[in-house]
Design a protein around this ligand. Structure first.
Ligand code: PXL
Length: 272
């Protein structure tokens, strides 16, 4: 059985963060382990999100726990301070595939991380990564190009991000690029591969970014080549968005089990 680790924040409402990662790892038939960096809560009266980082000692103990045995792939999500990024980059075993989802903000939240932390992501974490999966906005920030609006700019940003040391870059175009037909772009260090796909028109897509990176991580653990892992992750997330559901008065989440029809599993029947 393949073992896959997430080092990420908890999204208490269950759509993004390590909740998305673990659900996705399970859907891919892999065994998920988690080190929690922080907890993001939602205030029911206002819809405001609050970020609560955990102590470095507690994160370090969790990292020691998840790496106490062999694992097949590792993903990072929300790393909400420079010290946490430093700790993860020091304690990360360097001998297996490492996927960085460079989480900067979340839908309906203020940015979780600030300038200095983006710098730490660029300098301390991305040099160790096999793949990074920025969305359009994160790619604009990591490449220092600002707002990206075209495929040509996405290509330039991917090249700039690869210069930070990460071997492969997948930029998610999302609805910001085009509200009907968007494009995800994969750069392997020398060639580009385009993945055009329709935008699914729904507000219930919270967690899509985390789910995408988690799907790539699990597929890599299962030995898919990166270009096929990207295609599978796109299909997986498209299905998850298509079955997105409103979870509370403020947000609707993707359904991580949609691709494998998890909602039909183990249904109770009293017929013999
Ligand atoms: O989707 C980005 C994200 C990542 N990690 C955590 C989150 C969110 C969005 O809310 O809560 C913990």
């Amino acid at each position: 059985m393949k073992k896959v680790v997430t080092i990420a924040g908890s999204d208490a409402t269950g759509g993004g963060g390590l909740e998305a990662d673990l659900k996705t790892f399970q859907e891919f038939g892999t065994f998920g382990l988690a080190a929690i960096t922080s907890i993001v809560t939602l205030e029911p009266a206002s819809g405001a999100h609050h970020l609560h980082p955990l102590s470095l000692e507690l994160i370090q103990e969790q990292l020691a726990s998840v790496f106490a045995g062999p694992v097949d792939a590792v993903k990072t999500g929300l790393l909400p301070s420079q010290e946490i990024i430093d700790l993860v980059s020091e304690r990360l075993p360097k001998d297996h595939p490492f996927i960085v989802d460079p989480v900067i903000g979340g839908k309906g939240t203020q940015d979780f991380i600030k300038n200095e932390q983006v710098q730490a992501l660029r300098e301390k974490l991305l040099p160790h990564a096999l793949i990074t999966t920025p969305n359009l906005r994160e790619a604009g920030i990591l490449s220092e190009m600002g707002e990206l609006t075209s495929e040509k700019q996405m290509q330039e940003a991917a090249k700039k991000i690869a210069l930070l040391g990460v071997k492969q870059v997948v930029i998610k175009g999302g609805a910001r690029l085009d509200s009907e037909k968007t494009l995800d772009l994969y750069y392997d260090g020398s060639h580009f591969q385009r993945y055009p796909h329709p935008v699914i028109d729904t507000p219930y897509n919270h967690g899509a970014g985390c789910t995408f990176a988690a799907a790539i991580t699990a597929a890599i653990a299962k030995n898919y080549p990166v270009d096929k892992a990207v295609k599978l992750a796109i299909d997986f997330v498209q299905a998850a968005i298509a079955m997105g559901e409103k979870i509370n008065p403020y947000v609707g989440h993707v359904w991580h089990g949609a691709y494998t029809h998890g909602e039909k599993r183990l249904e109770y029947s009293d017929e013999q």
